[in-house]
Design a protein around this ligand. Structure first.
Ligand code: 9MR
Length: 382
């Protein structure tokens, strides 16, 4: 009883004296957020106050993608990305680059032969190498790591039929990682994707990691984006995926965490215009505020997720939220424009949600039993 009281008192003291998440979770792994241009340009002092108190790392939400960085072939625009890195350095944040190779937010010229078709193998490989080499060298020494390849694998475990794959096959992944390493041998290199708890996808990513390592190509970590909901994915499968990736000799990172609290529109079908208003309301139920009951579900979901991260802290190198406060989140605009979502740890007034205190309190408590058990290889491996 006395021991129990002591633990409670110590935990309360740690939470009370801690300044923020970085003083608790940050002792075990990096904890950070995605930032946008206006935030790094100093136009959002409320963001900076939250960032300074709670986070020790950051990733660029948009400005380091290939479209913004090389809008025309050979024309590189580094202003916004430089401002992101300057902001990180000024605020004591470890910076991550996102992302060198992605089929989305790429400039139109990258995947074009100028005649309505795809470029040749040689041309696309050379364009990728040039982009990666120029960008990685530009930021050499200022970033901890790069998301080198983003979202190359479908949920069924097949390669996404993107222009990258159509022209270069799996080789585009080797080309990208090798070029990034050559440009900066000290920078960490990551593969980043969503729905990583889906077994077929998880196993395909494990095979990709093994293939890279067999070929002597550097890869340091796998990023689980973690765009999750209140009831998906299954947390045991999510936790098992961490063990699966770690078993292949890489670190695991939670790279784009948010918890969608809104209904999924794909549950609806039909095209009756008369239904659209009602449909809109049903898809946007919390436009006037989040009910306490849903806030409690959100708190519990974050507590469950961070309990997993705490159990796996020896395998995790970073946890990043995909935005600071709710109104910053991409989930207000996707997959339905103009909804009011509540996926992040800070509300629209930049106030910490109950989940923040809960995470900080529970991170220091004795470890609970693992959902998935010990280390486990992916299905179909070994
Ligand atoms: O949050 C980003 C949003 O502002 C952009 O419009 C969008 C463009 O595709 O990209 C979003 O970030 C994505 C990230 O780069 C990769 N994983 C999925 C993220 C959410 O779509």
């Amino acid at each position: 009883m006395r021991k129990c009281l002591l633990v409670v008192a110590l935990t309360a003291a740690v939470v009370a004296s801690a300044q923020g998440l970085k003083d608790v979770v940050g002792h075990d792994c990096l904890i950070g957020v995605a930032l946008n241009e206006w935030q790094c340009a100093g136009q959002d002092s409320a963001t900076t106050a939250v960032v300074r108190r709670h986070f020790n790392c950051a990733v660029a939400e948009n400005c380091m993608k290939s479209g913004p960085l090389q809008p025309q072939e050979g024309v590189f625009r580094f202003e916004q990305a430089d401002s992101f890195v300057d902001y990180c350095e000024a605020n004591g944040l470890t910076a991550t680059g996102h992302c060198l190779v992605w089929h989305s937010q790429a400039p139109a010229w990258l995947f074009s032969d100028g005649k309505g078709g795809l470029p040749s193998r040689e041309v696309l490989a050379e364009r990728l190498r040039r982009h990666i080499t120029t960008v990685v060298r530009h930021f050499k020494g200022r970033l901890r790591g790069w998301d080198v390849v983003n979202e190359a694998i479908e949920d069924d475990g097949t390669f996404r039929r993107s222009p990258l794959y159509q022209v270069l096959g799996e080789d585009f992944i080797d080309i990208a990682f090798a070029a990034a390493h050559e440009a900066d041998p000290d920078v960490e290199l990551y593969y980043n994707d969503y729905s990583m708890a889906v077994p077929a996808k998880r196993d395909a990513v494990c095979r990709m990691v093994r293939r890279l390592k067999e070929r002597g190509i550097r890869i340091d970590a796998v990023g689980m984006q973690s765009h999750v909901g209140l009831d998906y994915p299954d947390l045991a499968a999510y936790e098992a995926a961490i063990d699966s990736f770690a078993a292949y000799g890489v670190k695991v990172m939670v790279t784009e965490l948010d918890v969608n609290v809104l209904p999924n529109p794909w549950g609806f079908s039909g095209a009756d215009i008369a239904q659209s208003y009602e449909l809109q309301q049903r898809l946007n139920p919390y436009a006037d505020g989040l009910p306490d009951s849903v806030q409690r579900q959100l708190t519990q979901r974050y507590a469950d997720l961070f309990a997993i991260y705490r159990r796996h802290r020896h395998q995790l190198s970073r946890i990043s939220l995909w935005g600071v406060a709710d109104h910053h989140s991409w989930l207000n605009g996707w997959p339905v424009e103009g909804r009011t979502n509540y996926p992040l740890l800070f509300d629209r007034n930049y106030q910490p949600k109950p989940a923040v205190e809960r995470i900080m309190r529970e991170w220091n408590m004795a470890p609970a039993a693992s959902v998935s058990g010990g280390a486990r290889l992916g299905h179909g491996e070994e």
